[in-house]
Design a protein around this ligand. Structure first.
Ligand code: PMP
Length: 426
């Protein structure tokens, strides 16, 4: 009996509570920006597997590349017997990363692992221990990832103690009263109250906070951080796990900064759903850990490398960066029109196609409306639209639709969002 309800009952019996699930839906198949569940119901996918499907479900070029690789070999462990696609992928990602300096790249399996490795590399390169991250940031569910993450419930609650020497500054968030000057002041406070700048190995930030609520740091803020890092010999790490691979309208969001981070982490959409992550960065920093200090059994798996190379081709062939910006404009226009009918929508924002709306009671930004956010998502899934919420106040609805989605599908999704809002506020 493969109904959603029956499968949910089995799931509840067999899986722990800590493994969350946004919707009580079990998938049978998917294509591009559409999904069908085990009962044959169709959904429009505005979640993209949490920012993983910028090239859509089952992109034929990605699938063909993985199948071809599968016919050759699927695992050797790169540290034992190497393979060409890994090196080609490193070369191509290096060429696309900002910064007028020699770079190198290493591959891991998950976003959290990429973050862990970036911090390991920064510590090895500087001989320092401390790391500054930001409140509201999300960097993964490993011990160091949790420590860097700036949100207690649900990510850190009950899981301590965390690694020492992690400090949190405030992320700039004008909508909630934190200016960029305020944010920089909190870093000065860390230097004054907690740890001297000369002991800080790295500052890590998301160019646009993902799980934290789609708040973007401006190029001016990134430039101020760059100057601070240069002044004190600190490694600047851009966590582009969610922003990377074209989501913000450029291949990497940090391309829009006008200054380059020393290290960049990527994962998610870089291989269209096959598990691989990357650290790309300044060669002199990347080369500091000893041989064998970096890597992993599955790290840079050949099937995922083949997928990632195909994703790069698809971005060029289908001009997905331009499409990312066009999708962002279309979504913003549709959501702004919706905000005129629904005063609860207090903000429509985004960079490229990384678009979000934020919900407040009576449109009052002092009263985030997490309940309404939940109700809108629940009404949307009933109508066949997969939405994702996020945000430190759980009052943000974010859109991470495949960049390969048609205008007709985007419009259909926007119309369903409108119906979901009407139902949730009736
Ligand atoms: N960093 C950022 C910015 C992320 O958004 C995420 C995942 N949401 C991670 C790290 C962790 O990635 P993973 O779940 O693949 O470990």
């Amino acid at each position: 009996d493969f109904t959603n309800a029956a499968l949910m009952a089995s799931r509840r019996a067999a899986l722990p509570t800590g493994m969350g699930q946004a919707y009580e839906v079990f998938v049978e198949r998917a294509q591009n920006a559409e999904v069908w569940d085990v009962e044959g119901k169709r959904y429009i996918d505005f979640a993209g597997g949490i920012a993983v499907l910028n090239t859509g479900h089952n992109h034929p070029k990605v699938i063909a590349a993985v199948k071809a690789q599968l016919d050759q070999f699927h695992h050797t462990c790169f540290q034992v017997l190497a393979y060409e696609p890994y090196v080609e992928l490193a070369e191509r990602l290096i060429a696309k990363a900002p910064g007028d300096f020699a770079k190198k790249a290493i591959f891991l399996s998950t976003g959290a692992e990429a973050v862990e490795n970036a911090v390991k590399i920064a510590r090895a390169a500087t001989g320092r221990q401390a790391v500054i991250a930001f409140g509201g940031g999300f960097h993964g569910r490993t011990l160091l990832g949790m420590a860097l993450t700036g949100k207690v419930a649900p990510y850190k609650a009950g899981f301590g103690p965390f690694p020492a020497e992690i400090y949190h500054a405030e992320y700039p968030n004008a909508l909630h009263g934190v200016s960029e000057a305020d944010s920089l002041k909190t870093i000065e406070h860390i230097f004054k109250y907690d740890v001297e700048a000369s002991r800080v190995a790295a500052i890590i930030l998301e160019p646009v906070q993902g799980e934290g609520g789609f708040y973007a740091a401006s190029p001016a803020f990134a430039q101020a951080l760059r100057a601070l890092c240069d002044q004190h010999g600190i490694v600047l790490i851009a966590d582009e796990v969610q922003t990377g691979a074209g989501r913000t309208g450029t291949w990497l969001a940090s391309e829009q900064w006008g200054v380059a981070p020393d290290l960049i982490t990527m994962a998610k959409s870089m291989a269209g759903g096959f598990p691989i992550s990357a650290v790309i960065g300044k060669a002199e920093i990347m080369d500091k850990p000893l041989p064998g200090g970096l890597g992993g059994t599955y790290a840079g798996n050949p099937l995922a490398c083949a997928a990632a190379l195909a994703v790069l081709d698809v971005f060029e062939e289908e001009q997905l960066l331009a499409r990312s910006n066009a999708i962002g404009e279309r979504l913003k226009a549709g959501l702004s029109a919706l905000a005129e009918r629904h005063t609860s929508i207090g903000d429509v924002r985004g960079l490229g196609s990384m678009i979000a709306i934020e919900l407040f009671k009576n449109g009052d930004t002092a009263q985030p409306d997490a309940d309404l956010t939940k109700r809108v998502c629940a009404e949307a899934i009933k109508r066949g639209l997969v939405l994702l919420s996020c945000g430190v106040y759980a009052n943000v609805i974010r859109i991470l639709v495949p960049l390969t989605a048609s205008d007709a599908l985007l419009d259909e999704g926007l119309a369903l969002m409108g119906q979901a809002f009407d139902a949730a506020t009736a």
